[in-house]
Write a protein that binds this ligand. Structure first.
Ligand code: MG
Length: 426
């Protein structure tokens, strides 16, 4: 079997005005869809980060992918990512610097697994070690947000649709009360059993008050997490961590860098999780040496695919780290890739993050996937279990062209509503 075609389609999907330490989400989030077709007519799909840089890198990789056997993943990885005997590079994935061979390989690898699954009649999870679980738990991923649903509805605060609807997608949530309401809706609609708060937006004590309000509202049986995206100092991290002791399941990236994370780890009595301090294989030795983290939030887009994530989970076991999963804005292809790999990792110790409830548009047949009691259920459908909806893909590609965005820039977006805005460190 040989790969005959590699199609690369940049898309843009409506995204509500969500806040983070970096600013504000633009009205559209960008993704790239990769489709491989084999010489015997089997197609496989993958999805990754969006914008000009992934598009350029994947386009450059195309000629190295075409002609390869989709089963020969090691050779495809070497063709895209280089010498497999060399020490790994520090491949950082942050928006704006998304150029990394490891990241270019990821959507190609996912599409190859989709092909292999279809060719063998098995779901992708069965190819990654087997389904340790059939239902993969996800958490409610809450954001402070302005009123508005994004897309053609426009910028934050200038929203017709938001005035007409009254749900989590449209409503403002910039207070503890607003966030409890958002949480309740996520739990009622999707059945999520744990809650993550994207923080680093309001003064830290207001965000701690939001966690306290949720603890009050939902009780000790609903695990809570807070993620200020590294924007707090060691002292602030210690103060807020101490205040929230006993109320958090884990404390995600309160501060920046391995040395500071290690310092916070010594001062607070709860596990520290990261998707920012340790983001590549080359980061592992120093992370271990310093004792910077207790839980690694894996991400197959960032670490080089589904096979790499299996290896990463095993490494976490070696170091006694818990494993869960990080998320960016994504569509159903990535949702299913995340669910298949999470199903196959025995030591996935926490519910996975997902932005999926914030996305209103899809590129897969049947539209948006549904959560069952907070889970994505893996059935016996071969491959990832998704097919591209060509009309929907065409619409989201046109939207990409119209949106005029070539990369994610939350600071620039925030400055549109607050001129001169800069990230605030506490
Ligand atoms: Mg995070």
């Amino acid at each position: 079997m040989k790969i005959r075609e590699m199609r690369i389609v940049p898309v843009a999907m409506a995204d509500p005005p969500l806040r983070s330490a970096f600013g504000l989400h633009a009205p559209y989030a960008l993704r790239t869809i990769v489709q491989l077709t084999t010489d015997d007519g089997i197609t496989g799909v993958g999805e990754t980060y969006g914008g000009a840089i992934p598009l350029r890198d994947l386009t450059a990789a195309r000629e190295r992918v075409i002609g390869q056997d989709p089963y020969n993943l090691a050779r495809i990885e070497a063709a895209i990512a280089g010498d497999p005997t060399a020490a790994p590079n520090r491949d950082r994935a942050w928006e704006g610097t998304l150029s990394s061979p490891v990241q270019s390989f990821s959507p190609v690898e996912v599409a190859c697994y989709d092909i292999i699954g279809k060719a063998t009649g098995r779901p992708v999870a069965d190819l990654l070690g087997g389904r340790f679980r059939d239902a993969v738990p996800f958490s409610a991923y809450l954001f402070y947000k302005h009123a508005g649903i994004g897309g053609s509805d426009g910028l934050a605060g200038d929203s017709t649709a938001a005035k007409e609807r009254d749900d989590y997608l449209a409503s403002e949530a910039l207070s503890p009360e607003g966030m409890v309401r958002q949480a309740r809706e996520f739990m009622d609609r999707f059945g999520f059993k744990s809650i993550k708060l994207k923080a680093g937006v309001l003064p830290p004590d207001e965000e701690a008050a939001t966690i306290e309000a949720m603890y009050e509202a939902f009780g000790p049986d609903v695990p809570l997490r807070i993620d200020p995206n590294c924007i707090w100092s060691v002292e602030t991290s210690e103060r807020i961590g101490t205040r929230l002791e006993g109320k958090l399941e884990y404390y995600e990236d309160p501060t920046d860098g391995k040395a500071n994370m290690a310092e916070v780890a010594k001062r607070v009595a709860m596990p520290l999780a990261t998707n920012m301090c340790t983001t590549s294989w080359a980061d592992i030795p120093e992370t271990v040496e310093r004792g910077s983290i207790d839980i690694l939030l894996s991400d197959h887009h960032l670490w080089g695919g589904l096979g790499a994530t299996v290896k990463l989970a095993q490494l976490c076991r070696v170091f006694g780290w818990g494993v869960s999963m990080h998320s960016n804005s994504h569509l159903g292809i990535s949702l299913m890739a995340m669910a298949h790999i999470a199903a196959a990792i025995p030591n996935l110790t926490y519910a996975c993050d997902t932005h999926y409830p914030w996305q209103q548009e899809e590129v897969i047949v049947g539209g948006k996937r549904q959560f069952t009691d907070g889970n994505i259920v893996i059935d016996d459908t071969p491959g990832l279990g998704v097919e591209l909806d060509e009309d929907a893909l065409g619409r989201l590609h046109e939207q990409y062209q119209r949106a005029g965005l070539s990369k994610r820039d939350d600071v620039a977006e925030m400055q549109k509503i607050e001129p001169g805005w800069k990230p605030v460190r506490y």
